[in-house]
Design a protein around this ligand. Structure first.
Ligand code: RET
Length: 272
């Protein structure tokens, strides 16, 4: 009973604090609105998509804004934010800082969808896809740990570095391995565009963590830190998904032509 009361008090405190901070609440509401519009648009854009691989890409792409709506609603309600007392040595040591830990948690659902869509587009093999998605989930969960550790500053950065190591695996695959697969699948042009967009924007996230309230606290504003993540999200999720889906809808023959990841493809080639 006691712990429930504490949880509720913290949640409504957070809700109130967010509602009273225009900078912070706008960074969340803008994304809820854009994610909602994107989801509707993507359903419409995918209405004529045929073929197992194209539909698979479409389903993964549609999940991106759907996870985003859930994520941002969790943040705006105060459910997935908490007050973290920063350890000794941190710029805000001893202060209770609002942590949007729900972001890191829900990235563990949204980023695999982005990589799944990208991997299916490049027609990479399943073991590659699994490895990269597993590393990506590792990156998000250790990023969550980095944000939540309150006992030691060194261990916060320790988790940050572990997360970066997982991130290197993801970057390596996108930059050096998947382009070859995409060329073989005939999707290299759009893959090249999405690769640049993804690599550039994804690199922004660890930078925001490092300079934001949870890291070096070069800015002590939760609103500014939140806006930085929200702005990156607009490009890395909605713009990414829009460009991908527009291309898939217009190039369905190319997508159906190579079918190594097609769920119906077994050891024998398909006879159609
Ligand atoms: C953290 C901090 C620890 C080190 C690293 C990070 C990387 C995060 C990334 C997030 C990408 C998120 C996206 C979300 C879309 O929904 C966790 C910030 C390396 C790359 C694209």
């Amino acid at each position: 009973m006691v712990s429930t009361a504490v949880l509720q008090a913290t949640q409504s405190d957070a809700f109130e604090q967010i509602s009273n901070d225009l900078l912070l609440s706008s960074s969340l509401w803008v994304n809820i609105a854009l994610a909602g519009l994107s989801a509707l648009l993507f359903v419409y854009m995918g209405r004529n998509v045929e073929g197992s691989r194209a539909k698979f890409i479409w389903a993964a792409t549609l999940m991106i804004p759907l996870v985003s709506i859930s994520s941002y609603t969790g943040l705006v309600s105060g459910l997935t934010v908490g007050f973290i007392e920063m350890p000794a040595g941190h710029a805000l040591a001893g202060e209770e800082v609002m942590s949007q830990w729900g972001r890191y948690l829900t990235w563990a659902l949204s980023t695999p969808m982005i990589l799944l869509a990208l991997g299916l587009l490049a027609d990479v093999d399943r073991s590659d896809l699994f490895t990269v998605i597993a590393a990506d989930i590792g990156m998000c969960i250790t990023g969550l740990a980095a944000a939540l550790v309150t006992s030691s500053l060194a261990l916060r950065w320790g988790f940050y570095l572990i997360s970066c190591a997982f991130f290197v695996v993801v970057l390596y695959a996108i930059l050096f391995e998947w382009p070859e697969d995409a060329a073989a699948a005939g999707t290299d042009q759009i893959f090249g565009t999405l690769r640049i967009l993804t690599v550039v924007l994804w690199l922004g996230y660890p930078v925001v963590w490092a300079v934001g309230v949870e890291g070096l606290a070069l800015t002590t504003s939760v609103g500014i830190t939140s806006w930085a993540y929200s702005a990156l999200d607009v490009g890395a999720k909605y713009l990414f998904a829009f460009l991908l889906l527009r291309w898939v809808a217009a190039n369905q023959e190319t997508v159906s032509a190579s079918a190594s990841t097609d769920t119906t493809a077994g050891a024998a080639p398909a006879d159609d």
